[in-house]
Unconditional design. Structure first.
Length: 215
């Protein structure tokens, strides 16, 4: 490698021999220095930037290369977030709304129980009350089977991926309006009327607040 004496008194001494590209730089021992990186590459010549701050290092043009790409979500990210969030928000709204049909069912159950909806409804609610009483006796006599039935009802409830936002909305509205207990009772009574068993009526349609239909 060609080398020449270097005058250390002159900072940035350069050699301009014809066989070299103008501006070619040499180190103190005469070996060539690598070209500096282009301005478009983030530069940290002193190496002082800490590891956590280095991604934010500003280059010579005042840019922060890659900053937006690292920190601004893409459209697909936004769409994925919306696809995840929207059903859960809708479930929470439905849970909050479920307080009102449940309260109506409680009032309807009371009207049936005192005969305001006619003798046929009065007779039927009496049958439902007898069924509930018999179910309680069976639960007491067979606690193991009752536990398995309750566990199955809870498992079915928990398998719904939207049940937690639904219950959150229901509890929030029930607490805000004070109608939570009435709504739970109404869901329970409506489930018994529709022919559900006692444990189902309590867990899924009373406390859980899910609408009941005839099985």
């Amino acid at each position: 490698m060609f080398s020449v004496p270097v005058d250390n008194r002159v900072p940035g001494f350069r050699v301009g021999e014809p066989e070299f590209v103008p501006g070619f730089r040499l180190s103190v021992d005469g070996s060539p220095l690598p070209d500096p990186p282009p301005f478009s590459t983030p530069q940290d010549p002193a190496g002082w930037t800490s590891a956590w701050a280095r991604p934010l290092y500003v280059d010579a043009r005042g840019d922060q290369p890659g900053f937006l790409e690292r920190n601004v979500p893409s459209w697909s990210d936004v769409q994925d977030a919306a696809d995840w969030l929207w059903p859960r928000m809708n479930a929470a709204v439905n849970g909050a709304y479920s307080i009102f049909p449940g309260t109506y069912d409680a009032a309807r159950g009371l009207a049936r129980g005192i005969g305001l909806l006619g003798p046929e409804e009065f007779r039927r609610i009496g049958q439902e009350a007898d069924f509930a009483g018999d179910s309680v006796e069976r639960i007491v006599r067979h606690p193991g089977a009752a536990h398995r039935a309750a566990d199955n009802a809870l498992t079915i409830l928990a398998q719904n991926p939207l049940i937690f936002p639904y219950l959150a909305g229901r509890v929030a509205m029930g607490t805000f309006t004070g109608l939570g207990p009435a709504a739970d009772m109404g869901g329970f009574l409506r489930a018994l009327e529709n022919g559900h068993d006692l444990i189902d009526a309590v867990i899924q349609h009373g406390v859980g607040g899910l609408p009941s239909t005839r099985p």
